[in-house]
Each structure stands twice: as structure tokens, then as C-alpha cells.
Design a protein. Sequence first.
Length: 283
Amino acid sequence: MKAMILAAGEGTRLRPYTLSLPKPAIPFLGVPLAFYGIELLKEVGATDLVVNHHHLSGEIQKLFAGRSVEFSDESAGLLGSGGGIHKAKPYLQNETDFFVLNGDEVILPERQGQLRAALEHHRSAGNLMTICVKEHPDVGTKFGGVWTDAQNQVVKFSKTPVEGLKGWHYTGILVFSNRIFSYFKNSLVEENILYETAALAMSKGEKVSAFPIDCQWFETGNPADFKAATEECLEALQQPGRQGWVQWLSQFLSSQNPREALVEKEDLLLNKKLLSFWSKLKP
């Protein structure tokens, strides 16, 4: 099974760090952001990757060196989430179903098997698209939302609350049927996969549903939130009797080779805590 990692964005909110490294390559707790999503994909056997690139393309290709990967070049211009998937059609169209993940998310599952469950739901429901979502208090204010009926069928995508509907936070994980390629724009142009592609498909009667997953999701879009997420994770990792997402994170980090911090390095105390953590984890 193939999966696509969206890695073409410019990471403007995380500048100046993303002037030297694309955001998927920025280390969070010493591990590139993209590797968190790749770890999640292992449970569905999605080890063959398609990765799009635009900003600092050489660094993206270097990041994925040694993996089974095909690159989709967007150096001519950014195509957005929908256009990026559209351009990758030659690599994905023979897959009955496939995952697409944002390459810069920190999603830490409370338990194993949730992506497998999302895939099983997607197939049994005959969905065009299944959107992995979670509860979040800032949906409809700080974040746009996926708005559903009582059966978790998606009715609308909106940045503001929709009366009578439940608002969910989009985690950055999608499951697709290859029927999706029938709903992209006629030409290869910038397109939003939710507000444009999915909305059109739903208007044609296609089923798009939200699939809640139990996870910890961290905002890392700007330096302040990035450092706050690092601090929260380090504090949790120091607690005895790790369970849920903390246990998953601890096991994941134990399997990785740490890289030099970038964002955290600017905060001397935080960087010291991170180095101390790694010294204990990797004796």
C-alpha cells in the first residue's frame, strides 16, 4: 500500500528556521517532523511513499534518502493539498485506497491500531474520503473545522461554527479511494483538497466521513507553539508509569537517532532539558 506525504509547503510561520530546512525536516525532540507520520503509517503497511516537494527540494530528497519513495516535483509552483495529490496521480492511481498525511504534524496516538480501524471503516462504508479527526476546543475559532451530522458524515468544511453540526479538528491524515481523481479540476492548478475537491465530490453524492481518533496533537506552526509543545512532551516523558501517547512517544524516540535541535536551541534552558533527556534515553 502506498501513502503520500505532503512536504511541499514553505513553512512561512516557522521562519527563520524554515529558511534553511523545510518544515518536514525540522527536528522535534530531535526527530524530523515527517518521521512521526511515517511511524504511524507502519501499522497499515504503507512503506512505499510518494513525497511532493517545492521548497528546498534538495533537503526533502535528502530527508527521505534510503526509503522506498517516489518524488513529485512541484518546483514550477505550489499546487496546494489537492493539486499536489492530483499531480501525484501517476504514482497513486493504481492503488485502490491510499493514505495522505501532512508532512509536518505531531500526532501521538493513545493506542495502536487506529489507522487500521480508519482504513477498515473507509472500505466498509464505501467512502470516497475518510478524514481522521479529533476533538479540539479551538475548532471554529482558532482552527477551521470538519462539520458533521450525528453519523459523522461530513456536511461542510468551515472556519466558523455551523449550526446543528458537530465540529471536528482535522489531524492531517486522510484515506482516499482512487475515485478521488475524478473530482480534481480539469487542469493542474492550485486546489484545496477539502474546501474544493471534497466539497465538489460531496455535491455529486460521494460519501465523505469523519473518523475520530484518540490522540495527542500538537501545534508546531510557529516558534512559540513549537517550544511549548517540546516543553509539554519533555515534562510528560519524565513521569513514571508512562501510558497512552507518552508511552508511544517514548518507544518511538528510543528507535530514532537524535539530530541537533534547531527551534529549541534558541532557548538555552529548553535545549539543555532536551539534551539531558536524550543522554538518558540513549546511554
